[in-house]
Design a protein around this ligand. Structure first.
Ligand code: KIV
Ligand code: ZN
Length: 513
């Protein structure tokens, strides 16, 4: 048994399957780089046969990532494995991940296959993948509702065929922790050749037990866990990466296991996932929620002031949250600013540094003090500049009064430098502004989700908008920050339109090529 627990991250695959969490290729690349920096062992980058976009993402990520294994998911079908072969061709450390269900309900109603056929297909698929990839994982989907002797037989045979990892998923989030541990122990004991393979678990959170079940499985001998940042994923999500990792770290005395994760990257990547997916983290979420390290009750505050360990079992710094010792403002220099960026562990592309510092100075002129969340927003906003700018906000004017009807005039600068202007009426100034933008870009873009909030609690706080738009059945996210709340919404809308335009242009270029 291994003392290192492998962290298999599936934010880009299972996480992306969550409603409203779809990401474009650029966003996936940005996240894959952050996952590599977090030092996850495996990045499941997508399901190559599911769409040309997914194949492209896995291919691009495979070509970039060097320190983590890059996995592509496949059904037990030759055409899926061929797609994974193409997608992983340039990966430094590729893994083919094949899944096939083993539970009676899935075999009868979904697959319409007998158990013998499932076994035969599983073995054939692993053999086929082994021809080009040494690292093959086999998942018995819905394992926790399967006959355990059958799963053990399938695992024994796929290991004989060359599988290097076998995965035991609680696909429907149905198992109870002690029950799941017993299942893992049983299957490990009854799978021939298991000592030659890693034993993985993949747990969903339908009953809120994703992390508990993953930890129980580790206690029973699993040495890989599949999880996602912020716990995003199908339905109620997957086991949360940050919770599993910190449970192992904080209670190392109990588990006596390690991971390779750089835990100081946990908070930055949580923010990045939230920004990219447009899905906010609940305030009381363990480890990364806004309140995870907040002490409200007087008695708690008193204790923490005397000794933090009275109510804190881990430090915010250990997960990458920096306490704000030094206030930044308009007199702060570049050195102090860069130092804060380093402390916050934010991913800054050096070519964007001048621009971010300039934005910081502009902001510091408008606000008395610039907090960590302000800086984080500046950086995360600038990372959307990896998305080519088709439209840039040049000017906006709007009016609002109690009648509800508003008029907004918007001027955008196009890629060719030309200025385009439109004026529109609407039900409120934001509705009017978005309609004016639709007029300029000439597309009837629909807004799917719109969240507006303040970055901090003060009255001069910046407004932050997260927007999801759709057009022709596809969705894109945009993020905007400004000291003016209306401007933050307009910026977010323009950012989402830029993501859409860039995606569509790439599609057209591919069709021409
Ligand atoms: O939940 C599940 O069973 C899966 C498999 C593909 C591993 O996502
Ligand atoms: Zn899953």
């Amino acid at each position: 048994m291994n003392d290192i627990i492998k962290i298999f991250d599936t934010t880009l695959r299972d996480g992306e399957q969550a409603p409203g969490c779809s990401m474009n290729v650029q966003e996936k690349i940005e996240l894959a780089k952050a996952l590599e920096k977090l030092r996850v062992d495996v990045i499941e980058a997508g399901f190559p046969a599911s769409s040309p976009g997914d194949l492209e993402s896995v291919k691009t990520i495979g070509g970039i990532i060097k320190e983590s294994t890059v996995a592509g998911l496949c059904r037990a079908l030759e055409k899926d494995i061929d797609a994974a072969k193409e997608a992983l061709a340039h990966a430094a450390s590729p893994r083919v991940h094949i899944f096939l269900a083993t539970s009676p309900i899935h075999m009868e109603y979904k697959l319409k296959m007998t158990p013998d056929k499932v076994l035969e297909n599983a073995v054939a698929a692993v053999r086929y993948a082994k021809k080009f990839c040494a690292d093959v994982e086999f998942s018995a989907e819905d394992s926790s509702r399967s006959d355990l002797d059958f799963v053990s037989k399938v695992f024994s045979e796929v290991i004989k065929a060359g599988a290097t990892t076998v995965n035991f998923p609680d696909t429907t989030g149905y198992a109870m922790p002690d029950e799941f541990a017993r299942m893992v122990k049983y299957v490990r004991e009854h799978s021939i050749g298991i000592e030659k393979a890693h034993f993985s678990v993949h747990v969903h959170n339908d009953l809120g037990l994703g992390v508990a079940n993953s930890l129980a499985a580790i206690g029973a001998g699993a040495d890989q866990v599949e999880c996602t940042v912020n716990g995003i994923g199908e339905r109620a999500g997957n086991a949360s990466l940050e919770e599993i990792v910190m449970a192992l770290k904080v209670r190392k005395d109990y588990w006596k296991k390690d991971t390779r994760i750089d835990t100081t990257q946990i908070y930055p990547i949580s923010r990045l996932v939230s920004k990219v997916t447009g899905v906010k983290v609940q305030p009381n979420k363990a480890i990364v929620g806004e309140n995870a390290f907040a002490h409200e009750a007087g008695i708690h505050q008193h204790g923490v002031l005397a000794n933090r360990a009275t109510y804190e079992i881990m430090s915010p710094e250990s997960v990458g949250i920096t306490r704000n010792e030094m206030v930044l403002g308009k007199h702060s220099g570049r050195h102090a600013f860069e130092e804060r960026l380093k402390q916050l562990g934010l991913p800054v592309d050096p070519k964007n540094l001048d621009e971010i510092f300039m934005q910081f100075k502009i902001l510091a002129d408008k606000k008395k003090t610039v907090g960590n969340r302000d800086i984080e927003s500046l950086v995360l906003g600038s990372s959307s500049s990896s998305i080519p700018v088709t439209w840039k906000l040049d000017r906006w004017v709007t009016n609002a009064d109690a009648s509800g009807s508003s008029m907004s005039a918007i001027r955008l600068e196009a890629r060719d430098g030309g200025l385009r202007e439109a004026v529109h009426l609407g039900n409120g100034c934001i509705d009017a502004a978005f309609s004016a933008i639709n007029n300029i870009v000439g597309k009837d873009v629909t807004m799917e989700m719109f969240e507006l909030g303040a970055i901090s609690g003060s009255s001069d706080a910046q407004g932050e908008a997260i927007i999801k738009v759709s057009y022709n059945g596809k969705q894109w996210n945009g993020h905007g920050v400004s000291t003016n709340i209306v401007e933050s919404a307009i910026k977010a809308y323009v950012a989402a339109i830029n993501a859409m335009e860039s995606d569509q242009r790439q599609g057209e270029e591919k069709n021409l090529g």
